[in-house]
Write a protein that binds this ligand. Structure first.
Ligand code: NAI
Ligand code: MG
Length: 358
């Protein structure tokens, strides 16, 4: 079976890290005998916007919907296009129209990377944040009244549907089931947000009944963020609503060092639409064009993509190759953000070679 992958490099360092992501995914495909065909698109970038007045062509949905996955670099170039236009015209459209209701981010402290948390070693931090990606606090229900007057009122509603909550919880429980520790932590705030959050807790308790071997706990979001910093070793799979997940999915990877290595996935688990895999970082205009961006976020996203397509062994092999190259610590290979003097290409090539060696 051949897998069709749509490739969108986007802007800035997106165009520099993407070739390394492709290099390593191709090396994995070769080693594990996976048949993958890449198709490159130039839309979803600010240059496309400057040429066409929109971020994507009108028929982008038709063009992309039958692909097995989207491999994205980064979007945004604030000097050319305001960020809300570039982001809403591309990534947000994919998340919504392709019903990518799970946002998944691994938080793993890698060898050779210094955690900003004192005394933490690789092995101490190894968990996933699962964020609900389509509803919750990020709704478009609400409005403004008496604008510009003393009586000005603004309201924005939180929307939690049983379908929406249950499906992301199911994904998180299933993920916990695949992990050795089999532990799930739920982010709540039922002491303050007294309608939707108790509902979220209720659905967690209900779902837990179907997973008797998973250990479940929950924390209010305020102390949960503190515990990410104080006790990152407590966590295995952490699930949260759109807003709480958003916060946790930045804080988690931040606890594991450089933004250059963190990957993420926006997943439609049923496969009705393509899922999207991208590094956490943006287009980094400050270092773009210099060839010094760390490609690991892109490469690790490629590993998540292979795992999503059913090739867990290939995905794991990429992560192992990343770990091996990081722990070797060759100054000429590693990029500056992880203490070396190498380039995007030297690091990408080293990981691909390591992977090919097996
Ligand atoms: P950013 O992630 O692009 O950069 C933040 C800082 O981290 C910069 O100092 C940058 O040099 C550094 N950095 C980022 N990736 C790196 C890498 N691979 N290797 C080494 N250093 C790296 O975030 P920023 O500056 O807030 O946003 C720049 C543009 O990117 C904006 O247009 C923003 O909207 C967009 N953006 C896009 C995202 C996406 O495509 N998913 C995510 C975040 C931002
Ligand atoms: Mg965020």
């Amino acid at each position: 079976m051949s897998h069709r992958i749509a490739v969108i490099a986007g802007d800035g360092i997106g165009t520099e890290v993407m070739p390394e992501g492709l290099r390593v995914v191709e090396a994995a495909a070769k080693r594990f005998g996976i048949d993958i065909a890449f198709t490159t698109f130039d839309f979803g970038s600010c240059d496309y916007y400057l040429a066409h007045g929109q971020m994507m062509p009108d028929d982008w949905f038709e063009q992309l919907k039958d692909f097995d996955a989207l491999f994205y670099g980064a979007v945004g170039w604030p000097e050319k296009v305001p960020d809300h236009i570039s982001l809403w015209g591309s990534l947000i459209q994919f998340r919504r129209r392709f019903d990518q209701y799970v946002n998944l981010r691994p938080c793993k402290l890698m060898p050779g990377i210094k955690s900003p948390l004192a005394g933490r070693e690789p092995g101490d931090i190894d968990f996933y944040v699962v964020r609900e990606n389509t509803e919750g606090e990020y709704s478009s229900i609400g409005g403004k009244m008496f604008e510009g007057t003393e009586r000005e009122v603004v309201i924005q509603e939180t929307v939690m549907s049983r379908t929406g909550v249950d499906r992301v919880l199911k994904y998180a429980f299933d993920l916990a089931q695949t992990r050795p520790r089999k532990k799930l932590t739920s982010a709540t705030k039922s002491n303050g947000i007294s309608i939707t959050m108790p509902y979220w807790d209720e659905r967690v308790a209900e779902m837990a009944k179907a997973y008797p071997d998973i250990e479940v706990d929950k924390f209010h979001i305020d102390i949960l963020t503190a515990n990410f910093v104080l006790h990152p070793d407590w966590f295995d799979v952490v699930v949260g609503s759109n807003l709480f997940g958003d916060i946790l999915s930045d804080l988690g990877p931040a606890c594991t060092g450089t933004i250059g290595i963190a990957p993420s996935a926006n997943i439609n688990p049923e496969g009705n639409f393509p899922s999207l895999f991208e590094p956490v970082h943006g287009s980094a205009p400050d270092i773009a064009g210099k060839g010094i961006a760390n490609p690991i976020g892109q490469i690790w996203s490629g590993a998540m993509m292979l795992e999503h397509l059913g090739y867990k062994e290939a995905g794991d092999a990429i992560v192992t190759a990343i770990e091996a190259v990081l722990s070797e610590g060759d100054q000429n290979v590693l990029t500056r953000d992880v203490g070396g003097q190498g380039t995007t290409e030297s690091l990408g090539k080293a990981i691909a070679e390591r992977l090919a060696r097996g």
